[in-house]
Design a protein. Structure first.
Length: 696
């Protein structure tokens, strides 16, 4: 894969490469696990878990889809009771959800915010740990969620669903706020909160609980219950101080199950001592290797102890890798705090939508945690999110099996499998080796070259859309490259052989074209990341220059500027092609402008094209989302425009004044929208006596 990326001319800094399965990386994953452990965010308990019968390991709730299948093997998940390690992600649920309600710095997250909110749920209750008592002894704990934390001391029973962790004989639970045991009933007679199989009996709040207590002969005393935020806060604070929960979270969100039953991944840095119980290792003992001895001295008492046999979920490794990128060769700490303070959060994260819940949720939890212990300045990991679409290939299926295109007979209608004559179904799928619908990058490079391959990948559709791979689109890119190649040589020929003849009209047209396309392409590169639109803009500038007469090419300063800018703007997508053309462009005779470009430097050392200071941009005035007027301002003035000045300009427009009818302006906000147009959105709020409420 690295060789293919290098062959595509993609410039990664391989000095910052991390390999999460190697000890020099997972040593720090183990250290991060220990930081969580010391913060009270790691615990081990019996739990009914999701068991993948094919991979033979447990899965977190996030790794089971809505139809009950494993995210990796696609097997129907089974339920088992096992002792497992958990990370208390619910501790940060409220903070993670609250940040999504006011997503400052989360540009471009869009529907991913909705997915994250849906996964986290409404944080309208709290979870508590109750000890489970069986046969006179404490055997484990059970997590109990309730919408009314202030009533936990008044709980008088517990119900659990059949098959839950409490469905294992005669058990009771210990209420930590009253030092009394509560009876446990295994039943589905009472409705459980979403995502829960345990319910706290609160007759004060629920009529169903009252009737159940009466039916079972459970003692209770009713009060005239009214929600009390102060008492709720007090109970949660006491639980937090005692280490038994009290975290504000939703009923549906569960803690992260990180144990995996397999001989690969990151070993959990815990030893089990008969005297001391589970003991976390120190940094000096890390990394614990996969092939380490099963037994080792206890770090506390020296007794013979056994190593934890489970490994960590691979999502633990990927929940923080972006931090290791910053400081991948650091041998003494997780990462350098000073480096992270300068570089984090990540400016742009590019990933598939399949990461919207899993990876992004875990990464957000981890950075919120590291922020809480003062290792990061910002709690969020990624400023901007670009959810890329998939490259789709056409697949062929016969008798329920995928077959490669070479085995399809396309001369029949419909197509058939050559070997069997069976009818073949055609449809589009995400490229995959198993579906025989992938394209070998080596084939593309051999037949089309590096830069053509890159341009084909980036053209036609936006990075956020699925790309349906078809050779039909290749011709358009080839033709554009040929036109541009010819244009550069036509320019050289004109400078040598053609008598110059230009006019102010020619110069103004070329100047306007250069500024227009520089503005558009720059926005598509730097702001919207709509690279397919950037390709279209560059093709537009190419066509505009090709419509120029040879006599104008021979002497036009604006043509020279526009052609140079075009080559510079192509370079990020087609660097070899653009550099070759630039080296030819540099040989042009009779250069007219020796200030606009640095002629002694190669293409990639040139400055990115800027708009001329006198180029006019449009300020559009909208009222109730209807355009009511506009004004054109020089770029230099436009970039210095204040909100107050924008409102003043709007109120000078006859159409705006007529519509507003002389109402007062209460506030204003200037929006910079696509193509650098500023939109002043004035919304009339009739509920405020027809005063103008200016908003975004």
């Amino acid at each position: 894969m690295r060789e293919q990326l290098d062959n595509l001319g993609i410039s990664f800094d391989w000095d910052h490469k991390v390999v999460t399965c190697l000890p020099d990386y997972y040593k720090w994953t183990q250290y991060l696990f220990l930081l969580l452990y010391r913060a009270g965010l790691v615990y081990r308990k019996n739990a009914v878990v999701n068991w993948d019968p094919i991979d033979k390991t447990v899965l977190a709730d996030e790794q089971v889809d809505s139809s009950g299948r494993s995210w990796r093997s696609n097997a129907i998940v089974e339920k088992k009771l096992l002792k497992q390690w958990f990370v208390r992600t619910t501790r940060f649920a409220h903070a993670l959800r609250k940040r999504l309600d006011n997503p400052q710095g989360l540009e471009g997250w869009k529907d991913v915010i909705k997915l994250q909110k849906h996964w986290i749920g409404d944080c309208n209750g709290a979870s508590f740990e109750f000890k489970v008592v069986s046969g006179g002894g404490v055997e484990s704990t059970v997590e109990v969620w309730t919408k009314y934390p202030e009533l936990v001391p008044r709980a008088c029973f517990l119900t659990a669903a059949p098959g839950s962790v409490l469905d294992s004989g005669d058990v009771t639970v210990f209420n930590p706020f009253t030092n009394k045991t509560l009876p446990v009933f295994i039943t589905n007679e009472l409705e459980f909160d979403e995502g829960r199989d345990v319910r706290l009996g609160l007759p004060d709040a629920y009529r169903a609980d009252l009737e159940f207590a009466q039916m079972k002969g459970i003692k209770y005393e009713l009060i005239n219950f009214q929600e009390c935020p102060e008492e709720r806060h007090r109970i949660c604070r006491l639980a937090l101080e005692a280490g038994i929960g009290g975290y504000v979270c939703s009923s549906k969100l569960r803690d992260w199950l990180v144990s995996r039953q397999r001989k690969w991944g990151t070993p959990i840095p815990i030893v089990h001592c008969l005297s001391c119980g589970p003991v976390p290792l120190e940094l000096k003992h890390l990394p614990v290797l996969l092939d380490a001895d099963e037994f080792t001295p206890c770090p506390r008492c020296g007794s013979r102890s056994s190593r934890e046999q489970d490994t960590l979920d691979t999502f633990v490794d990927s929940s923080w890798y972006f931090l290791r990128y910053l400081d991948s060769r650091n041998r003494t700490e997780l990462f350098c705090k000073n480096v992270a303070s300068k570089m984090m959060p990540v400016d742009v994260y590019v990933g598939g939508k399949e990461h919207a819940v899993l990876h992004l949720y875990y990464a957000r939890f981890m950075t919120h945690f590291l922020h809480s212990i003062k290792l990061l300045n910002d709690p969020e990991p990624f400023k901007r999110l670009l959810v890329q679409g998939m490259v789709m290939g056409k697949t062929y299926k016969a008798a329920g099996h995928y077959i490669p295109p070479i085995e399809v007979d396309f001369s029949t209608d419909p197509p058939t499998e050559r070997a069997t004559g069976l009818m073949v179904e055609e449809h589009w799928d995400k490229m995959s080796k198993s579906k025989h619908n992938g394209v070998d990058p080596g084939y593309m490079l051999k037949n089309y070259g590096v830069d053509t391959t890159r341009l084909i990948m980036l053209s036609d559709v936006a990075p956020t859309s699925n790309k349906y791979w078809s050779e039909d689109s290749f011709t358009g890119i080839h033709n554009w490259q040929r036109r541009l190649w010819t244009l550069v040589f036509d320019f050289l020929k004109s400078r040598k052989e053609v008598s110059p003849m230009t006019s102010p009209q020619d110069e103004n047209r070329l100047k306007d074209a250069r500024n227009f396309y520089v503005k558009g392409a720059t926005f598509n590169y730097a702001n919207s990341h709509q690279l397919s639109v950037a390709v279209a803009k560059l093709q537009g500038l190419t066509n505009s220059l090709r419509n120029t007469r040879p006599a104008v090419m021979a002497s036009s300063q604006e043509f020279e500027k526009a052609l140079g800018c075009l080559l510079i703007m192509i370079a990020p997508m087609a660097p070899h092609f653009a550099n070759e053309l630039w080296s030819i462009f540099q040989t042009a005779e009779a250069r007219i402008d020796n200030q606009f470009f640095d002629w002694d430097k190669p293409l990639l050392k040139q400055s990115w094209p800027q708009l001329d200071s006198d180029y006019k941009l449009e300020l559009v005035f909208k009222v109730n989302n209807a355009v009511k007027g506009s004004v054109r301002l020089p770029q230099e003035s436009f970039t210095k425009l204040t909100e107050h000045k924008a409102v003043e300009l709007a109120l000078r427009d006859d159409s705006v004044i007529a519509f507003l009818g002389g109402c007062d302006i209460l506030a204003s906000r200037l929006i910079v929208a696509e193509d650098y147009e500023a939109i002043l959105n004035l919304v009339i709020d009739h509920r405020q006596n027809r005063r103008i409420k200016v908003s975004t």
